[in-house]
Write a protein that binds this ligand. Structure first.
Ligand code: FE2
Length: 403
C-alpha cells in the first residue's frame, strides 16, 4: 500500500468517544523548557517554518514565565522560559539544557484520565485544575514519566476545544495572538510541509528500558509495537536497544532506547552524559507528505542534517526496491538522484517504504534533535538505515570528543 503524496495527515484518531478514560484524542502540544523562549521561537520559525502564533508573557499579564505557542500543520510546540530566579523551568534548563518537559495529550476528561493512570500505578506530577472564562474551559492534570518529563492530560470545552485551537483560537486563557511578524508571512509563502508528530523517542539508562516499557503498558495502556535488539542496532563500536510503545489507537508511538555494551560510547550514553545522567526525550519525528520538498526547504533555511556517506546510495536502491518488489509494492517513486543529493535515507518493510533524515542537535548540548519522516506505507522506523546512521552519528560524536 502506498500513500498519495498529499494524502491527509494523521489518520483521524479517536473519531468517537469510548468508555476508556485513557483514550487519547491527539497530541495536544509538546512543551519545551528553554533558556530564552522568545529567541527559541524565532529559531524554530526561521529554521523549521513554524508560525509564531501566540504568546503569554508580560504583555498579556504573565509575570512568572513567558510561553510562546508555535504551530505548523497539526504540530503545537509550547516554548517556556522562567522569568524569576526560582522558576522551575530555569532550574531544569540549568540542569538539562533546553529540552522537552511535557508531552501533553488531549483527552475527553482530563480528571478521569489522570485518575485512571494513577489507579494503573502512575505517579502524579500535578493534580487536576481547571481554568475557565466566558468562552470555555481547560482542565489539566499530569503524571510523571522518565526523568523530568511528564504527560499532561488536557480536556477542552467551548472556544478552547481542540477543533477551535487548530483554527487559531486562543490556546489558553492568558495567551494573545502575535500579529504582524514578517516571518509568519514568509513561512506561509514558503512552507516546510511538517504535518504532525509521528513519534517521540526517549533515552533511558542502561537496564531501564523494560521498566519504562512496563510503565507505558500498565499506566497509559500502550502496547508494544516493534522491538529491536543490539544485533539490529549496533556498529563496530556503539550499540543501543529499543522498544516501540504505541497508544491504543496508534495516535502516538514512543520508542524507548537504552545504551548497550559496545567498544565505544553509545550515542544514548552520550545523551545521558550531557543530560545530567537523566533520561529524557531524544528526538521528535515530524511527519511530512513530501520528504524531498521538506528537506530541500529546511536545507535552504540552514538546518543541519547528519551527513550520510555517498557509499550508502550505491546499495540502497537494490536493497529497498528488492524488498518492495518481494512484498508486492511499487518501487520508490521519488527521484533517486534528488534523494541522494538531499542526503535522505530510505528504508522498506513488508508494508511499503519510508524516507527519513535526522538533524544535528538543536542546541549546544548533544541532546534533542528532530527527524523528518515521510511514510509510503511503511510503519516501521528505518531499521535498514541504523548502521549507516550510527556510523554518521559516531563521526559527529568524535568531533564532539564524546566517542
Ligand atoms: Fe525516529
Amino acid at each position: 500500500m502506498t500513500t498519495a503524496p498529499h494524502s491527509p495527515a494523521r489518520p483521524s484518531p479517536a473519531a468517537s468517544k469510548t468508555t476508556d478514560p485513557l483514550q487519547l484524542i491527539d497530541v495536544d502540544h509538546v512543551h519545551f523548557y528553554v533558556g530564552n523562549a522568545k529567541q527559541a521561537a524565532y529559531f524554530y520559525a526561521f529554521a523549521f517554518g513554524f508560525q509564531i502564533e501566540q504568546v503569554a508573557d508580560l504583555t498579556s499579564g504573565s509575570r512568572e514565565q513567558a510561553s510562546w505557542l508555535l504551530t505548523q500543520g497539526n504540530i503545537r510546540f509550547l516554548l517556556t522560559s522562567g522569568m524569576t530566579k526560582d522558576h522551575p523551568a530555569n532550574k531544569e534548563v540549568m540542569q538539562y539544557g533546553d529540552g522537552v518537559k511535557d508531552v501533553a495529550f488531549t483527552v475527553f476528561d482530563a480528571t478521569k484520565a489522570y485518575e485512571k493512570a494513577l489507579a494503573n500505578g502512575g505517579t502524579s506530577a500535578y493534580e487536576p485544575y481547571t481554568v475557565s472564562d466566558a468562552s470555555g474551559s481547560i482542565t489539566r492534570a499530569a503524571i510523571k514519566t522518565y526523568g523530568r518529563c511528564i504527560h499532561s492530560f488536557v480536556s477542552r470545552t467551548g472556544a478552547y476545544d481542540l477543533v477551535n485551537i487548530k483554527k487559531g483560537a486562543t490556546f489558553a486563557p492568558g495567551f494573545r495572538k502575535v500579529e504582524g511578524l514578517p516571518v509568519n508571512d514568509y513561512n506561509k509563502q514558503n512552507p516546510c510541509g511538517l504535518k504532525y508528530v509521528d513519534h517521540l523517542v526517549g533515552n533511558v539508562e542502561e537496564g531501564k528500558m523494560n521498566h519504562w516499557v512496563a510503565f507505558y503498558e500498565s499506566v497509559l495502556e500502550f502496547s508494544m509495537f516493534k522491538h529491536f535488539d543490539d544485533a539490529d542496532i549496533s556498529t563496530e563500536y556503539s550499540a543501543l536497544m529499543s522498544k516501540v510503545m504505541a497508544s491504543g489507537n496508534n495516535l502516538i508511538k514512543m520508542p524507548i532506547n537504552e545504551p548497550a555494551e559496545g567498544k565505544k560510547k553509545s550515542q544514548i550514553q552520550e545523551y545521558l552524559d550531557w543530560h545530567d545522567n537523566a533520561p529524557g526525550v531524544q528526538h521528535l519525528a515530524l511527519r511530512t507528505d513530501d520528504e524531498l520538498h521538506s528537506i530541500s526547504e529546511l536545507r535552504r533555511r540552514g538546518v543541519e542534517f547528519l551527513a550520510i556517506p555517498d557509499t550508502y546510495y550505491k546499495q540502497v536502491w537494490d536493497r529497498v526496491n528488492k524488498m518492495l518488489t518481494e512484498s508486492g509494492h511499487t518501487p520508490v517513486k521519488e527521484d533517486h538522484a534528488k534523494v541522494r543529493d538531499l542526503g535522505i535515507l530510505v528504508d522498506a518493510d513488508d508494508e511499503g517504504y519510508l524516507l527519513q533524515l535526522f538533524t544535528k542537535p538543536l542546541q549546544d548540548r548533544p541532546t534533542l534533535f528532530f527527524e523528518i519522516i515521510c511514510r509510503r506505507g511503511s510503519q516501521s522506523f528505518g531499521k535498514g538505515n541504523f548502521k549507516a546512521l550510527f556510523e554518521a552519528l559516531e563521526l559527529e560524536q568524535e568531533k564532539r570528543g564524546n566517542l
